[in-house]
Write a protein that binds this ligand. Structure first.
Ligand code: 2E7
Ligand code: F3S
Length: 346
């Protein structure tokens, strides 16, 4: 993986902002919060949520979205209240209707089905996922066998593998490596889902390389800048934390990885919550330092609510731990490119 992700300025060192000595020494009795930065919305999520909001604005409800636009309960519930109908498959959209494809991407078969049913489509697939789809196509055209490292059943993996189902084999667990079959061991490449643990993916690559010493690497990192930046940030503070709380939904791959990475990097305990109200007060027993971060699909308002919840219980001293500053943003799908905006579900 490259040292600095595109669109990201690495912080010169880990910088810690906020908090005060007076605060640390007094009433809070050593209680403090370390708040990771970067955290929360990535550029692909911002684009996808704005896409749905613009479609609602331009066409009015109901707007159909295939699958959850991003894997966050609050985002999905808020958009549903505004008139979005989330469906599992395009077959549930009335003939001729308008459907948005989620940020995780779809296979060519899904595009074809939508076309067959005369649906109007707007594609909110993250451009960094589209990049991986193009890599699959290129390596399939060059007659490679493609080892796709990713989590079985995840929508992104289904869309990516669907670009060349005869050429792609999924490698999820270590056991899968024994099961894959290739035609020519000198023409094998590995690609990956964008939201994996960077360290675990490298382990999987090492295991693949033992079986296929000539395996090719992807032309550029598939794990995206947002995933890796959020992991770096949580790692930087984990060893100091008695507890890390990650705000994110249970079906959010990148959010779940943050819990695992925090534990691997030395946090004594770590949990995933959608909302502050889900924090179990017993988690705080004997805790001084609480680390807080959030997945790439999480509006920052949910993190602010968690900080308020913690402050009410004595964790008022908040220090932001910054490992990078993200600058990246993506243009909206072509159909929606007039005007600008930031998503209001934040
Ligand atoms: C699209 C892609 O919606 P998420 O929680 O999705 P994951 O893939 O982590 O379950 O996060 C944003 C996002 C990440 N990757 C959206 Cl391909
Ligand atoms: Fe895209 Fe990465 Fe976000 S793939 S949607 S930038 S987590």
């Amino acid at each position: 993986m490259s040292a600095a992700s595109p669109g990201t300025e690495p912080a010169t060192s880990v910088s810690i902002d906020g908090g005060s000595e007076a605060c640390e020494a007094s009433a809070s009795g050593g209680k403090r919060v370390l708040l990771a930065k970067p955290r929360g919305y990535c550029a692909g999520v911002d684009r996808a949520v704005i896409t749905v909001e613009k479609v609602l604005e331009m066409y009015g409800p109901p707007v159909y979205v295939r699958k959850e636009i991003v894997h966050n309960r609050h985002v999905v519930d808020t958009l549903r209240e505004r008139g979005v109908i989330f469906v599992e498959e395009t077959s549930e959209v009335p003939e001729g209707g308008l459907v948005v494809f989620s940020a995780h991407g779809v296979s060519p078969a899904v595009h074809a089905e939508a076309e067959q049913r005369n649906l109007r489509t707007i594609d909110a697939t993250c451009p960094l996922v589209t990049k991986v789809h193009k890599e699959v196509n290129r390596f399939a055209r060059d007659d490679y066998d493609i080892m796709l490292i990713g989590h079985e059943g995840h929508e992104e993996v289904e869309g990516t593998a669907g670009e060349a189902p005869d050429r792609v084999q999924l490698v999820d667990t270590e056991d899968d490596i024994e099961k894959v079959q290739v035609r020519d061991p000198s023409k094998v490449v590995w690609l990956s889902q964008t939201t994996l643990s960077v360290d675990e993916t490298m382990e999987r690559v090492d295991q693949l390389r033992k079986r296929f010493p000539e395996i090719s690497d992807p032309p550029s990192d598939d794990i995206c800048y947002a995933t890796s930046n959020r992991q770096v940030a949580v790692k930087a503070m984990a060893a100091e934390c008695d507890l890390v709380i990650v705000v994110g939904s249970g079906n959010s791959s990148n959010s779940k990885r943050l819990v695992e990475v925090a534990l691997q990097a030395g946090a004594r305990d770590a949990h995933l919550v959608d909302y502050a109200r889900e924090v179990d007060e017993t988690w705080l027993d004997g805790v001084e330092t609480v680390g807080v971060t959030s997945g790439a699909s999480v509006p920052d308002v949910l993190v602010m609510e968690l900080l308020e919840w913690l402050a009410e219980r004595g964790w008022e001293d908040v220090q932001e731990v910054t490992t990078a500053n993200e600058k990246i943003s993506f243009a909206l799908p072509r159909e929606l490119r007039s005007g600008s905006g930031r998503s209001s579900v934040r």
